[in-house]
Design a protein around this ligand. Structure first.
Ligand code: KG4
Ligand code: ZN
Length: 340
């Protein structure tokens, strides 16, 4: 089945053409990051307007790159939520319009569901597996029994890991989004230079908390101002990264032990992080767990990842109604009920 996948949940307008939920024929991502950087974060109104301008050219480009026409499409998969409602509406409406006009099936996919299946665009991953999804909006541990069958084992009770990175970068006077830059600077710094807290490390749950870490960075800077670029800033970035990776690895280890997982997927924008990637390799090596982390190009928001669950749903008769609307809150654990 040749699917067109569309993603517009935040600040990336993306479209992809994917065959059989595996073979990426094209993947186009138009990022608005430079526009939002001026405001220090994503401005919802601007995001919707930019999606409106970009969506048709991005889809046309994806069809062109895949060397196919609209008539070759056999289905459309699109992010329904969570995300910014005005942004989601753009991709969702266009996807419904294409499905209606071409008389092809349409399927609504959870944004996080896309992230956690991104590794399957590179290689098969057998069920069940544990998934750590770390992005600007999510830090969740899921037990994944099959497509649509997710159980949340742990989640952040405040900021997401990517949000913590971006807030820390902002405190240090760095541009939005700061995750990748902190990662880069951390590689030149000393991770033991500054003692930062490890919130909820030993609370006996698989939940996370990152907001105290951000406050600790702010308090440190108030006492010891840092200059970017500079040695002190590198040390602060390395110490921050060490704290985040320590927390993510410790809670992931707790979840692995809790369910006896033999496979781990790490996905989402923060899965690009060099410290997290090496920490997870180390952890999985120690526990004898098979690790799947997508190539960095598939970690951040893209449309191709949606085609993996999208293809499964459409191939198994789970077609979404054209009367469906977007949703800004959508519990992954509730998806299984809509499939039965
Ligand atoms: O998955 P994504 O592209 O969008 C969301 O669904 O949120 O993730 C974006 C997040 C941002 O917070 C960004 O700062 C973070 O991923 N990020 C990183 C790195 N690259 C992107 N965080 C830490 N280290 C990186 N190398
Ligand atoms: Zn995302």
């Amino acid at each position: 089945m040749i699917l067109l996948a569309i993603e517009t949940s935040c600040d990336e307008t993306a479209a992809a053409v994917v065959r059989d939920g595996r073979e990426v024929l094209s993947s186009v991502i138009s990022s608005q990051v430079a526009i939002h950087a001026d405001y220090g974060g994503v401005v919802p109104e601007i995001a919707s307007r930019k999606h409106l301008e970009s969506i048709v050219p991005v889809i046309n480009r994806a069809l062109h790159d895949a060397a196919i026409g609209m008539d070759a499409l056999e289905g459309v998969a699109v992010t329904r939520g969570p995300g910014l409602s005005g942004a989601l509406l753009v991709g969702f409406s266009v996807a419904k319009a294409i499905a209606a006009a071409r008389k092809i099936p349409f399927v609504a996919v959870h944004h996080t569901e896309g992230h956690l299946f991104a590794p399957m665009l590179e290689q098969p991953v057998a069920f069940p597996f544990l998934a750590l999804v770390v992005s600007g909006g999510h830090t969740h541990l899921y037990h994944v029994a099959g497509f649509g069958h997710y159980t949340t084992l742990g989640r952040t009770i405040d900021d997401a890991a990517g949000e913590a990175y971006d807030k820390c970068a902002k405190i240090m006077g760095m541009p939005y989004p700061g995750g990748a830059l902190i990662d880069q600077m951390a590689q030149n710094g000393n991770p033991d230079a500054i003692r930062l807290p490890r919130p909820m490390l030993r609370d006996g749950t698989c939940n996370f908390s990152f907001s105290g870490l951000k406050t600790a960075v702010l308090q440190h800077i108030q006492k010891h101002p840092v200059t970017v670029p500079g040695r002190d800033a590198d040390d602060l970035c390395a110490s921050f990264q060490e704290a985040v990776c320590h927390l993510l690895a410790a809670k992931t280890e707790a979840a692995i032990r809790q369910i006896g997982a033999t496979r781990l997927v790490v996905a989402g924008g923060v899965a690009c992080n060099s410290g997290l990637r090496s920490r997870m390799k180390e952890l999985c090596g120690k526990l004898g767990v098979e690790l799947f982390i997508p190539h960095p190009s598939l970690c951040g928001d893209n449309a191709a990842m949606l085609a993996v669950p999208g293809d499964y749903y459409l191939s198994n008769g789970h077609v979404s109604s054209l009367s469906l609307d977007v949703t800004t809150t959508w519990n992954m654990d509730s998806i299984k009920e809509s499939l039965s």
